[in-house]
Design a protein around this ligand. Structure first.
Ligand SMILES: [Zn+2]
Length: 170
């Protein structure tokens, strides 16, 4: 699946011809991300476009897919949809990266960058520290954390209060 999707590339070469890399990347290959996933199957759709702005090489990307995170309330899997858009500027040194203002930097390593690492970094940035189900997954735990969800549900559906009373009574 991922053999069509290159990893280490020279971004300048891609930027010169305004190249695009698109395809699927399997979640299983992301080692740092795996700590956060309850399910490592699946893949994300990735599209990366290279361009030049003046002398600067920029990389615009989109990552779409769903990851299974661990709900911090009930510790069950929670499907977390991703639709990440980002724009990075390629720099040669960390010093240059510090001077960058408009973009997040990506620093060249031996004139190359790892596209897989870029994708993994962006996913790690996008997933929340404390993912939770949108519904109240722990009925018995009526912590104040759930108040927001509660009031929203009530407003949307007046019968949800009844449904909840019923559930609690079971
Ligand atoms: Zn939950």
């Amino acid at each position: 699946m991922s053999d069509k999707f290159p990893d280490r590339i020279d971004p300048l070469v891609f930027a010169e011809r305004r190249g695009t890399v698109a395809g699927q990347l399997a979640l299983a290959q992301f080692e740092r991300l795996s700590d956060y996933l309850v399910e490592r199957d699946g893949a994300v759709d990735v599209r990366l476009e290279f361009d030049k702005e003046g002398k600067r090489v920029v990389l615009s990307g989109q990552i779409v897919g769903t990851v299974q995170l661990e709900c911090q309330s009930c510790l069950q899997g929670v499907a977390w949809p991703l639709d990440i858009r980002f724009k990075l500027a390629v720099v040669a040194t960390p010093t240059e990266a510090e001077r960058l203002e408009d973009y997040e930097p990506i620093v060249l390593d031996d004139d190359k960058i790892s596209l897989h690492a870029v994708v993994e970094d962006e996913i790690l940035l996008a997933i929340p520290d404390f993912p939770r189900h949108e519904h109240r997954c722990l009925e018995r735990n009526s912590s104040s954390d759930n108040d927001y969800t509660d009031s929203r549900t009530k407003a949307d559906n007046p019968f949800s209060v009844l449904a909840k009373l019923k559930k609690t009574g079971d």
